[in-house]
Ligand binder design. Structure first.
Ligand code: ADP
Ligand code: MG
Length: 692
């Protein structure tokens, strides 16, 4: 019998391997399972009449095979028509065995679960889950909606579902779950009970609609969102308090290196860049550690601001570390910073998680002896064998991709004696000022509110994927002019493998359609040297067209690329689309972005894509996104992967922040004993930064 505070290993079937996987997603104690909230839900509680199913709906259907055959379109596939009297639907399989094919013969009764896609005259499901019904109608329906949890490789939904069930049972083994929000606060903000909220979200009855849950308007969701925001806010308040007490390293420099760099560059700083660099330089000279967030729209020139800060610290005799969210971006930064710094006789070193032993040893040695001035990398920078000789400044690029704890862990790592290095955090995520001040309460804030001159705004068009052939033609003509093109595949699935497979398929198709072009492929599952090679070739203009997953979303800078096509654009959040679009329009060529959608497009979907077409301003777009977000659309912004928040979403839930702030104040003053447990319940690795 497990108790809520016991480690997960006390649960049946949780061995060391599973415990390790669970801990990757922040689950260590039984109680943590309760706070591991579903990303979305599937409705397996009922069977839908085929004729009434709608595009994008994930449903269970049942019917009889009318027809089944293998066809050769662009590739070999099995198609199979099912009907139930109300309508018919085509199932499409790209991978199938002979026995599967034989089993799906005419007259066979089956049930299927999958996402419905509506074509012009057809309904279909691609690779649905299915089950052959031997005797009449034995379909296993569930009583509750099926939650889909965020997970990690090697950890199956089934296991999570079972473990959460046991955690729920464990509530009764104890006195119940402690509600850490005092009654006074719950009453004031009309929050429902914690225990009930958790039960509803993990085992929602079939009466709740999947759509309502996706909208996150259910009181149970609101309650947990509130508590999570509160926990984050409290932890930041605490952190800021502690940081104010910490000792920093006052840096002594006169911008000599940076002036030299600017003399070598063909352009001048924008006023906004100058202003932000001044703010940073001021901080760097203080005796307390800088903690500054720099926000600037895509293409506003944040990299150069980072370079200025880095050169100041290096001039003062310190090392600088720059952390990027993806290998691709780290590699790109290594290239540009090397070009800028090497003429100044400064050494730039990249540290990658996938580096071979010998170069890695060399890199580590250069870091620890201090012969490297700037160290660039991804999460690999957290490894324990990395020792800095004299670290003065930490720069984190595209902060929205990192959790607070990663930022703090790095800061902790740079601590020397009792001194903390300065920290500069850069993000393109448009955060309204009030929001920034609440949710980044531990940092100061600067904005680069101006783009470099001479940029032609990216022309954005929204078109249906039925016009794909025209787009393919367009690629040809753009490449004939010597420009380059991105094709972004956006399949959203739990599994990265499927995303990559989808990109591979698109790549194959485009190679057939555009035989004269050199077409590259890049996705998250490729080895890092492969990725590096592809990006290098694209940069060197050897590749005309680059097919990519959203791995290229942040930071990638290839000014000669002037056309971007985003497939199934309706599936992504506006902010993410804006980021992606920022990969073009970085040079002097006039650029376009094609947002291709799968018809039919919902009203909201249409408004969202139009908003993007009509504006190139990240702040504006973020505002519109908030205004018109509607049922089913929310999903696009909740990416799996970084688990910064379990349920809350800063942009969407910002209306709660004023109340969260007040509640935090009340708890700090009147219930200080609840602060620590609240933080620990929601934020993993909270201990790491309690020490800061
Ligand atoms: P982001 O803010 O999205 O990180 P980058 O730093 O990658 O933007 O800059 C985008 C492009 O603009 C780069 O090619 C960079 O060299 C260029 N750039 C940066 N600052 C200026 C400037 N002041 N004038 C002209 N071009 C600039
Ligand atoms: Mg950048």
């Amino acid at each position: 019998m497990s108790l809520l505070n016991d480690p997960v290993t006390t649960l049946k079937g949780v061995g060391p391997k599973m415990a390790e996987n669970l801990s990757k997603i922040g689950i260590e104690k039984v109680q943590d399972l309760l706070f591991h909230l579903p990303l979305r839900y599937q409705d397996r509680t009922r069977i839908y009449p085929i004729g009434s199913t709608q595009h994008g709906q994930e449903v269970m259907i049942q019917g009889e095979v009318e027809h089944s055959e293998i066809v050769y379109r662009r590739r070999r596939m099995m198609i199979c028509t099912i009907s139930d009297g109300t309508g018919s639907i085509t199932l499409r399989f790209f991978h199938f065995s002979n026995s599967q094919q034989q089993a799906l013969s005419r007259g066979t009764k089956i049930s299927c679960f999958g996402e419905v896609r509506l074509g012009t005259n057809t309904r279909e499901m691609v690779h649905p889950e299915y089950k052959i019904l031997k005797s009449d109608n034995i379909i296993t329906l569930t009583e509750a909606l099926t939650p889909i949890y965020p997970t990690t490789k090697g950890l199956q939904q089934r296991s999570l579902l079972r473990l959460v069930g046991e955690a729920i049972a464990a509530i009764n083994n104890t006195e119940g779950l402690t509600d850490l929000i005092p009654d006074q606060v719950s009453q004031q903000y009309q929050l429902s009970s914690l225990q009930q909220a958790l039960l509803i979200l993990h085992q929602p009855s079939s009466e709740l609609s999947v759509v309502q849950l996706l909208e996150r308007t259910h009181p149970s969701q609101q309650r947990l969102i509130f508590e999570e925001l509160l926990a984050h806010h409290l932890s930041l308040r605490k952190l800021r308090e502690q940081q104010k007490q910490a000792a920093g390293i006052p840096l002594n420099f006169s911008n000599e290196y940076f002036s030299k760099l600017m003399n070598a560059l063909p352009f001048e700083l924008t006023n906004a860049q100058q202003k932000v660099i001044k703010e940073i330089d001021f901080d760097l000279k203080q005796a307390w550690p800088m903690s500054r967030l720099v926000q600037g729209d895509v293409g506003s020139g944040k990299t150069l601001v980072a370079a200025a800060a880095a050169l100041s610290a290096i001039e003062a005799g310190y090392q600088v570390v720059l952390m990027a969210p993806t290998e691709i971006l780290a590699e790109q930064h290594t290239k540009s910073f090397s070009e800028w710094f090497e003429p100044l006789n400064l050494k730039v070193t990249m540290l990658s998680g996938k580096q071979k032993a010998a170069p890695k040893r060399e890199a580590l040695e250069n870091i620890s002896t201090g012969s490297s001035h700037l160290i660039i990398g991804t999460h690999a920078l957290f490894q324990n064998d990395v020792h800095f000789q004299k670290l003065g400044l930490i720069i984190i690029d595209e902060q929205h991709r990192f959790g607070v704890h990663q930022r703090l862990a790095l800061r902790e790592k740079g601590k020397q004696a009792d001194f903390y290095p300065h920290q500069l955090v850069m993000t393109a995520t448009p955060i309204p000022r009030t929001l920034a001040m609440t949710t980044y309460a531990d940092m100061d804030y600067s904005v680069i509110d101006e783009l470099p001159p001479g940029r032609t705004p990216v022309k954005t068009v929204v078109i249906s994927n039925t016009r794909r052939p025209e787009i393919v033609e367009r690629i040809n003509s753009v490449c004939e002019d010597g420009a380059q093109v991105y094709w972004v595949c956006t399949l959203i699935e739990e599994s990265e493998a499927l995303q990559c497979q989808n990109a591979e398929e698109t790549w194959e198709l485009l190679k057939e359609a555009l035989p004269d072009l050199n077409i590259g492929l890049i996705h998250g599952r490729m080895k890092s040297d492969e990725k590096e090679q592809i990006m290098a070739e694209f940069k060197a203009e050897k590749i005309n067209l680059l097919v990519a997953t959203t791995v290229i979303e942040v930071g990638v800078d290839v000014p000669n690329a002037s056309l971007m096509i985003i497939e199934n654009a309706e599936r992504l959040g506006l902010a993410q689309l804006h980021q992606l679009r920022g990969r073009v329009g970085r040079g002097s060529r006039s650029s376009s972005c094609v947002l291709m959608y799968q018809s039919p497009l919902s009203q909201n979907g249409k408004r969202r894509l139009e908003a993007l077409r009509n504006s190139n301003d990240g702040f504006e777009i973020a505002k519109i996104d908030l205004e018109i977000r509607g049922p089913g659309e929310v999903f696009g912004t909740r990416q799996t992967g970084e688990l910064q928040f379990r349920i809350a979403d800063l942009m969407e839930d910002q209306h709660l922040l004023p109340n969260v702030q007040q509640a935090a104040q009340m708890i700090l003053e009147q219930y200080p004993d609840n602060v620590e447990p609240l933080i620990n319940r929601w934020i993993k690795h909270a201990d790491d930064y309690a020490a800061v």
